[in-house]
Each structure stands twice: as C-alpha cells, then as structure tokens.
Design a binder for this molecule. Structure first.
Ligand code: ATP
Length: 253
C-alpha cells in the first residue's frame, strides 16, 4: 500500500506545524520518521492516518485521496498507534484488542472465527496472552503500550503507523517489538527517538521545524553533520562487526 504526501502544510492559529512536506512511502517499506522534540512527527503521523486534515496539500493512499475516504474505509487500511492513548472505559485487555476488528464488523458481518484468530495472534505477538483477562487500567505503562500495538495488529492494516512505539518498553520488549515490526510484510511508518534503532529502517525522513530536511537511506540521512545540525549533538559514527552503522553521542553542542 503506497502513501504519497504532496506539499502538506498544517497550521494552528498562526503557528505552522508542517510546511510543504512531500514524500512517498513505497509498498512494503519501513520508513522511519525522526526529528527533535516538536519537529512535527506526531502531527505528520495524524495527517497520514487521516485524523488531521492539512490546511493545504494532498495525501493519497494508493492514488486515492485520504480525505475522500470514509473513516471506516480508512480504518480498514490504516492502523495508528499514538504516543499517548488512553481509555476511560472499563475494558479487559482482550476487549481492548477486539476494538481493532470494529472497522470490519457490520449488521451483516458479525464476529467470526477469523476475528478470534487475529485477536489471539495479536496478543501472542506482544506477549500479552497471559494478561488477556486483566483490566486495562491495572496494567503498567509498558503493558498498556503492548496492548495498543496488539489492537493495531488485530486491525490487520495495510499501512501501520507507529508513533514512538518503544516508549515505556524495557529493552527486551523494545527489541522484540522492533523485530516484529521489521518482519511485517506491510507498509510501515515509525517515529523513533532512538537514532540507532532508526538505523534499521529501510529509509529515514528527518523533520526539523516542521520541514522535511532529509529523506533517504539511514546512513545518508544520519551523518555526523546532520545529527549536529538538527539534534544539536556531537556524534561520531562507526560500523559494528555486523556491518551496521552505529552513532556514538558525546555531548550537546
Ligand atoms: N494544537 C496546537 N496548537 C499549537 N501548537 C501545537 C498544537 N499541536 C502541536 N503544536 C506544536 O506543534 C509542534 C509539533 O508538535 P508534534 O507533536 O507534531 O512534534 P513531535 O515531533 O511529535 O514532538 P515530540 O518528539 O516531542 O513528540 C510542537 O512545537 C507543538 O508544540
């Protein structure tokens, strides 16, 4: 599922949050979204999910305008895991994950065995099967985050958008989640703060002050000069024994 943004500009009152951002996400690609705090990553994610309409510019999902689609049609294709998601409902973990199947249900299309299978697989993928009957509000931050991801997986999206999904997760669950995302055969956009984790994406898009500053292969985008300029950090880069580029940060500049 391809996604194309053409000169997307978002304003709030007099502030411009995104300025003429144009990019294409190719089918099956994992595009990492990086940038300092406040650079516009979450705003761009919400635009890509169809939750925020740009003031100008176009967003097309496989050649179709995102905003010409109904919310239900969008939800059948796109899943978004937001940075801060909460619910006041008294839900169990399983019920929270079942919400991922809502876009596919209708009066003529009830709950099926296929939905059940997807719920079980999603719970298993994030290692939450054992906690399936626990109440959502009793979970830790990291466990809640894993449930959000399970809900998005249960949605079986063609485009998966993840806004800092490793937030709250311990290092084992961070690595397990990144591997899970890496192995998914669908189009993915993932906002990450950890620049070394971002190195594993197929390509990176760097936002700075609401503008797209660079897009390309991770080793092209995350140069020492760009890290200094956009993130204000002195860094050096090396290649580890597995052939992966690794950034070493020394101090703020
Ligand atoms: N409703 C709003 N009114 C005014 N400014 C806003 C509004 N929403 C977001 N902003 C501002 O827009 C900018 C971009 O915010 P956004 O959340 O997209 O950044 P981000 O790159 O995701 O940041 P972070 O890395 O801190 O999560 C920020 O400066 C933020 O303060």
């Amino acid at each position: 599922m391809s996604l194309e943004l053409d000169k997307v500009t978002v304003t709030v009152h007099r502030a411009t949050l995104l300025r003429e951002v144009s990019l294409q996400v190719q089918p099956g690609e994992c595009l990492g979204l990086i940038g300092p705090n406040g650079s516009g990553k979450s705003t761009l994610m919400r635009c890509m999910a169809g939750l925020r309409k740009p003031r100008s510019g176009a967003i097309r999902l496989r050649d179709r305008s995102l905003f010409a689609m109904t919310a239900r049609a969008r939800a059948q294709q796109i899943a978004l895991v937001e940075q801060q998601a909460d619910t006041t409902e008294r839900l169990t973990v399983r019920e929270a994950v079942e919400l991922g199947r809502t876009p596919f249900l209708s009066p003529v299309r009830g709950w099926r065995a296929e939905d059940e299978t997807r719920i079980e697989a999603a719970l298993q993928a994030v290692e939450m099967t054992a906690l399936a009957d626990r109440l959502w509000h009793t979970l830790s931050g990291g466990e809640q985050q894993r449930v959000h991801i399970a809900r998005a997986l249960a949605q079986a999206p063609k485009l998966l958008l993840l806004d800092e999904p490793t937030n709250h997760l311990d290092i084992r669950h961070q690595l397990a989640l990144l591997k899970l995302i890496h192995d998914l055969p669908i189009t993915r956009v993932i906002a990450l703060h950890d620049l070394n984790q971002a190195m594993s994406c197929d390509r990176l898009a760097l936002l700075d002050g609401g503008r797209l500053k660079a897009i390309g292969r991770p080793c092209e985008v995350l140069t020492e000069a760009i890290v200094r300029d956009s993130f204000g950090v002195a860094a050096s880069r090396s290649i580890d024994p597995a052939g992966k580029h690794v950034l070493h940060f020394s101090h703020a500049v």
